[in-house]
Design a protein around this ligand. Structure first.
Ligand SMILES: O=C(O)CCC(=O)C(=O)O
Ligand SMILES: [Fe+2]
Length: 362
């Protein structure tokens, strides 16, 4: 870009309409597609290929066949146990969520993100809020920003819903999300039964103690970035949920999982879902199953959409390591706390690796 064009760009970017004091990344792209504003440029070590950061291209996260688990396959249950102990992440196939339901969800989410900003702004995330269109987890002017636009919505129980933040365009958005969420909730219930079995607990143990479980969805849209090596799509973090179920499109492996100090890219498998252990399961199992740090990177060519469901206990549930995991002199690594209190702590903190879980550490 010549210097005149650069000057126009910086002028334009400074007046871009902001969502919650944060530039809208798709607008940045539209107005000035060749530059990346300073606030998105990560410091050296935090960059996708920063010094001392290894990205392992060859490794694959485990793939679990849920149909086989349902049939009582012991081999598959062993695979699930190892996936939870060693990775905290796996992909599921034969998971029972119909392909059409997934495709329709992706379609309406994409249609939403492609709307003009004025339309998306009708569902604004309040500053410090967590639902609506905007950027969650931004608390200061000097914080580095993620190369991502988000739409976050509470789904269950009904009292967490903010119906005015559910898009009315595309017209079938709500109906589609509703249908999708029912299916994903069934999958979460099933997964938690199998995870309990893998831990040699009664299959209903987690579902029994979670009460009226909280289900929330976040759709992340990552536009292509002119300098993807300088930015992060989503900062490293662990999820505050019990389990998370992530649907991603297949053009580009943007999700990376931390394993033995290196980042492993999750290679998309069409119609598979990515599942990860959240902070709640780490606490309940006294650290046997780890809520693993992950991040998203941007691409120079492709945009990317992920539809992420967080499944967690009811807010009034008291959590702490289950007695089974502190037997035999095993030290208790987490204190007891109220899950609602943890959720508040999570959403009022920056995404910063596993720092939020220090809240519960002894
Ligand atoms: O988009 C992705 O792949 C990562 C999303 C994620 O980790 C989250 O929303 O918590
Ligand atoms: Fe996450």
């Amino acid at each position: 870009m010549d210097s005149a064009a650069a000057a126009v760009c910086s002028e334009k970017t400074s007046e871009i309409i902001k969502i919650c004091q944060v530039d809208d990344v798709q607008e940045l792209q539209r107005v000035c597609s060749a530059t990346v504003p300073e606030r998105y440029i990560r410091n050296g070590d935090d960059r996708p290929d920063g010094a001392g950061v290894e990205v392992r291209a060859q490794e694959r996260i485990p793939v679990i066949d849920v149909g086989e688990l349902q049939r009582g396959g012991e081999g598959e249950l062993d695979k699930l146990r190892l996936a939870c102990e060693q990775w905290g992440f796996f992909q599921v196939v034969n998971h029972g969520v119909e392909e059409e339901v997934m495709e329709e969800m992706e379609k309406v989410a994409r249609e939403f993100f492609m709307l003009p900003l004025e339309e998306k702004e009708k569902y604004p995330m309040e500053p410090g809020g967590i639902q609506g269109y905007g950027h969650a987890f931004v608390f200061s002017d000097d914080q580095k920003l993620d190369w991502c636009n988000m739409l976050a919505l509470g789904v269950e129980p009904a009292f967490i819903r903010r119906p005015n933040l559910w898009p009315t365009t595309p017209a079938n958005f709500s109906e589609t999300l509703e249908k999708y969420s029912v299916r994903i909730r069934e999958l979460c219930l099933r997964l938690l039964e199998h995870i309990a079995a893998a831990l040699r607990l009664a299959p209903g143990r987690f579902n029994g103690m979670f009460g009226e479980a909280v289900q929330a969805v976040r759709m992340n849209f990552y536009p292509p970035c002119p300098r993807p090596e300088l930015v992060l799509g989503l900062s490293p973090h662990s999820d505050g949920s019990a389990v998370t179920v992530l649907q991603q499109d297949t053009a580009f492996a943007g999700l990376q999982v931390l394993r033995d100090g290196a980042w492993v890219a999750v290679q998309p498998i069409r119609h598979a879902l990515v599942v990860n252990v959240g902070d709640t399961l780490e606490v309940l199992t006294n650290g046997r199953y780890k809520s693993v740090e992950h991040r998203a990177v941007a691409s120079g060519e492709h945009d990317r959409l992920s539809v992420v469901t967080f499944y967690a206990p009811a807010y009034d549930v008291e959590l702490g390591p289950l007695p089974e995991f502190v037997a035999d002199g095993e030290p208790c690594r987490y204190r007891r706390y109220n899950h609602g209190e943890y959720s508040r702590h999570y959403v009022t903190s920056r995404l910063q690796g596993k720092k939020t879980l220090e809240f519960a550490k002894i």
